[in-house]
Write a protein that binds this ligand. Structure first.
Ligand code: SAM
Length: 312
């Protein structure tokens, strides 16, 4: 699942970034008031990396979570390998569409619950650890020296972030998540997740989040962009399934990615959710090559927030 959006040149101009001490310090002032007349500069770099929207089958390989990517998980979870395909196809033929889809979803949730339970057991080894660095919803982008967490078969550390994080209060110095939050239902699961991150972070700890910046495709759809986003969708630079033809198809795919994406963000929405969870110093940031994946540079909204330091 790869993502879209603007790149180094599409992010706020580098010159505006107040780079202070360290990779997390490159903050830009909050971009308010929001003006529809704002235009994103065109990225004309010839060596711009080929990026894809989340939802792409390519790139995520076996870590893809979509219901569609798991062949009838309920059947798969309960039958010996080899039999499930036969049973799945006979279920597909014999059941009403809605019931068949519900069974697939149930199967997927059973499989995810098993993965999560295994992760919770593993997390016991970290009960006394402090100073952890968590990379949540990492997919294939693992970070050396971090706890790389994802809910998918093959993940280094499988945990469901809709559940309680099985780590002690104040045990992490930094929590990072890139193109993950869009997979959680808003507001309930998102609020729960952010409050859990707040709990697990130590006082003064950093939460850095990257999500597709939905402002860009919306501006483009309204005719206020330079056409680059739509061009990228149409030319396959961002993954799109065959059925995406019109600009609204592409916009729908940005929001929904079949059914995988649960919510879309701009800075204001992200800031509000982080404030609600108790975070302070919430700032939109530039791309940070020390932390962020190169293929996410274009069009990602990066935000840093801090858990307040303990009041003595
Ligand atoms: C679009 S991928 C992002 C992967 C990587 N961070 C990147 O930017 O390429 C989203 C990831 O979130 C994971 N994910 C989705 N729902 C999750 C959940 N409830 N708990 C933990 N991980 C989840 C998926 O398995 C997937 O690997």
């Amino acid at each position: 699942m790869r993502q879209a959006a603007q790149g180094a040149a599409h992010a706020r101009p580098r010159a505006e970034l107040a780079v202070a001490d360290g990779p997390l310090a490159d903050r830009v002032p909050n971009q308010r008031p929001f003006s529809l007349a704002d235009r994103w500069p065109r990225n004309t770099s010839p060596d711009r990396p080929c990026v894809r929207f989340e939802g792409a089958t390519q790139g995520m390989g076996e870590t893809r979570l979509a219901t569609e990517s798991i062949v009838s998980p309920l059947v798969k979870a309960t039958l010996p390998v080899g039999l499930y395909k036969t049973v799945d196809s006979s279920l597909r033929k014999s059941l009403p569409v809605g019931l068949y889809k519900a069974i697939r979803l149930l199967g997927k949730e059973i499989m995810l619950h098993r993965l999560h339970r295994a992760g919770v057991k593993r997390a016991k080894a970290y009960a006394e650890k402090r100073g952890l660095k968590l990379n949540i919803g990492c997919g294939p982008n693992r970070k050396e020296g971090w706890l790389n967490i994802d809910l998918s078969p093959g993940a280094e550390f499988s945990l469901d972030m809709r559940e309680r994080i099985p780590l002690p209060d104040g045990s992490a110095t930094i929590i990072y998540s890139e193109h993950f939050l869009i997979f959680l239902d808003y507001p309930d699961d998102v609020n729960h997740f952010l409050r859990e991150c707040y709990r697990v972070l130590e006082s003064g700890g950093i939460f850095r989040v990257g999500v597709p910046d939905t402002r860009w495709p919306l501006l483009e759809y309204a005719g206020l962009g330079d056409g680059q986003w739509l061009h990228n969708c149409k030319t396959g630079e961002y993954y799109r399934p065959e059925w995406c033809k019109t600009p609204l198809d592409h916009l729908n795919y940005h929001f929904r990615a079949e059914t995988e994406h649960r919510y879309a963000y701009d800075f204001d929405t992200m800031e509000y959710a982080l404030e609600e969870a108790g975070f302070v110093e919430i700032n939109q940031c530039g791309f940070d090559p020390a932390l962020d994946a190169k293929n996410r540079e274009v069009g990602t909204l990066y935000v840093n927030a801090r858990k307040p330091s303990a009041v003595l």
